[in-house]
Design a protein around this ligand. Structure first.
Ligand SMILES: O=C[C@H](O)[C@H](O)[C@H](O)COP(=O)(O)O
Length: 223
C-alpha cells in the first residue's frame, strides 16, 4: 500500500472511536482529511470542534456541523495525526502549522486518538523538525535559546514571506534536537518568553494510536 492508502485505511479505522451522536474534536492534516472523508461517507450524525480553518472548511463541506470550542463542554474524544509518535504516546506535531489550536482542543477531550501511518513511529522525538509557534518579535532570541539546546531554528516561510498561522503568528522549525524527556522539554520550553506553543505533545499525549502498517491497522494503547 502507498502512504496515501495507509492514511485512508487509518482514517476509516478511526470511525470506531466516534460515539453515535457525539461532539468530537478533530485535528488537522492529510491523515485527518482521510478521517473527515470517512465520516462524511458514513453519514455519522456527529458534530465537531475543529482545530484549524482548513479542517473547518472540510468538515462543513462534508455536512458536519462545527461547534466553537467555547460552546463545547468536555469532548468524548479528539482525533488527530502526528508527525512523530514515540513508544509512550508522546508526539511531535505542527507540521501543518495547527499545533496551538490542536493542543487547546486536545486539552478539552477525555481521550486523544492518534491516527498515523507507520512512518511516524520513532524511538525518540526530534527527527522531524520541531514546530514552535511564536510571537514574531521573539524569533531571533528564541533561535539562540534553541541553539543552546543543540537545535537549528529556521523561520517557516511560504511564498517568500514568513508563514502565518491561523492565529496570525509565525513558526520556527527546529532541526537537530533529540528530545529524550518530552515532558520536561515541553514544560521548560513552553515557558520561554515569546513561545506560544511547542509542538511536543507530552502533557496532551495520545491515549491510543491507530497505526497503519502494510499488515493492517495496529492499536497501541498508552493509558
Ligand atoms: O499541524 C499539523 C498537525 O500537527 C498534523 O497532525 C501533523 O502535521 C500530521 O499531519 P499529516 O497527517 O499530514 O502527516
Amino acid at each position: 500500500m502507498t502512504q496515501d492508502e495507509l492514511k485512508t485505511l487509518v482514517g476509516q479505522a478511526a470511525l470506531q472511536y466516534v460515539p453515535a451522536g457525539a461532539l468530537i474534536g478533530v485535528g488537522t492534516g492529510s491523515t485527518v482529511n482521510k478521517f473527515i472523508a470517512a465520516l462524511s461517507a458514513a453519514h455519522a450524525a456527529i458534530r465537531a470542534v475543529s482545530s484549524s480553518e482548513a479542517s473547518t472548511a472540510l468538515l462543513r463541506a462534508a455536512g458536519i456541523a462545527v461547534v466553537p470550542l467555547e460552546q463545547a463542554g468536555e469532548l468524548a474524544v479528539y482525533i488527530d495525526g502526528a508527525d512523530e509518535i514515540d513508544p509512550h504516546g508522546h508526539m511531535l506535531k505542527g507540521g501543518g502549522g495547527a499545533l496551538t489550536r490542536e493542543k487547546i482542543v486536545a486539552a478539552q477531550a477525555r481521550r486523544f486518538i492518534c491516527i498515523a501511518d507507520a512512518s511516524k513511529q520513532v524511538d525518540t522525538l526530534g527527527r522531524f523538525p520541531l514546530p514552535v509557534e511564536i510571537i514574531p518579535m521573539a524569533a531571533a532570541r528564541l533561535a539562540r535559546q534553541f541553539a543552546a539546546l543543540g537545535g537549528q531554528a529556521a523561520l517557516r516561510m511560504s511564498g517568500g514571506q514568513p508563514y502565518v498561522t491561523d492565529n496570525g503568528l509565525h513558526i520556527l522549525d527546529v532541526r537537530g534536537l533529540r528530545i529524550t524527556d518530552p515532558l520536561a522539554f515541553e514544560n521548560e520550553t513552553s515557558q520561554w518568553p515569546g513561545v506560544v506553543t511547542v509542538g511536543v505533545f507530552a502533557r496532551q499525549k495520545a491515549s491510543c494510536c491507530l497505526l497503519a502498517t502494510q499488515q493492517g491497522v495496529r492499536t497501541l494503547q498508552f493509558d
